[in-house]
Design a protein. Structure first.
Length: 232
């Protein structure tokens, strides 16, 4: 990780999630190694995504693998399936796509445009189609998860569907991914707070992780507006 890539705010997010996990462990007397590693790797991953750095995929593999396990234990089957069957292979697809769109692995390899991926954006017509399609898919998936006994079917459906679409947009370097990430992160915070109230394992550190995800997604939206403007 190059120090030149990360801003003071990025370091605040990374140090913040590490400190939050340490404080949580100290206050509760419960050292959640799996949840903490998943959360820290996840925040480093999304920070690097926001910066347009291809190295996000290395930390992403660690995060999504562990998060799939944690979600399964909490009976959040949509999130578990999403991470194990979709996010893991998408880390490799995303790496390949970002390399095609100019993301470099080092300053030495980069050209005059730098190491960041070349971002792009949708037209307003494409955005409208995206909104309609996502809404319909969330409703349909929500009823399916309700039928199989998911305790939070429509929240789980929303995070599952929107994350699938956002991850695809991320791999293809579209700025609109960040709107979906912001919505997903807000719902995920709510969903894991409910899990905390039910006493689910790892739930508290997941609240910490998703809160930092939300802060990063707002910053990511700001950064990618500029990146996509440069690519016009």
């Amino acid at each position: 990780m190059n120090n030149k890539v990360l801003s003071l705010y990025d370091w605040f997010l990374i140090v913040g999630v590490v400190a939050s996990n340490i404080i949580y462990s100290a206050l509760t007397g419960n050292i959640d190694i799996v949840g903490s590693i998943a959360g820290i790797a996840g925040v480093v991953c999304v920070v690097l995504v926001a910066k347009g750095s291809i190295w996000n995929y290395l930390f992403g593999i660690v995060n999504v693998s562990m998060y799939a396990y944690i979600s399964y234990k909490a009976s959040l089957y949509g999130d578990a399936a999403l991470n194990a069957l979709y996010y893991v292979p998408m880390q490799f697809i995303g790496w390949w796509q970002w390399r095609k769109r100019g993301a470099a692995v080092s300053e030495a390899e980069a050209g005059r445009d730098g190491v960041q991926v070349k971002a792009r954006r949708f037209s307003w017509r494409q955005r409208a189609a995206l909104a309609v399609g996502c809404t319909a898919a969330v409703i349909i998936c929500g009823y399916i998860l309700k039928y199989v006994g998911d305790p939070q079917p429509f929240k789980d459906s929303a995070t599952t569907v929107l994350s699938i679409v956002a991850q695809a947009l991320m791999a293809l370097a579209f700025m609109e991914q960040w709107v979906l990430w912001i919505i997903t992160n807000i719902i995920s915070v709510i969903m894991w707070v409910i899990c905390v109230s039910r006493g689910e394992a790892h739930a508290a550190v997941m609240v910490i992780m998703w809160t930092f995800y939300l802060l990063n997604s707002i910053n990511g939206f700001r950064v990618w507006l500029k990146l996509s403007e440069k690519s016009k």
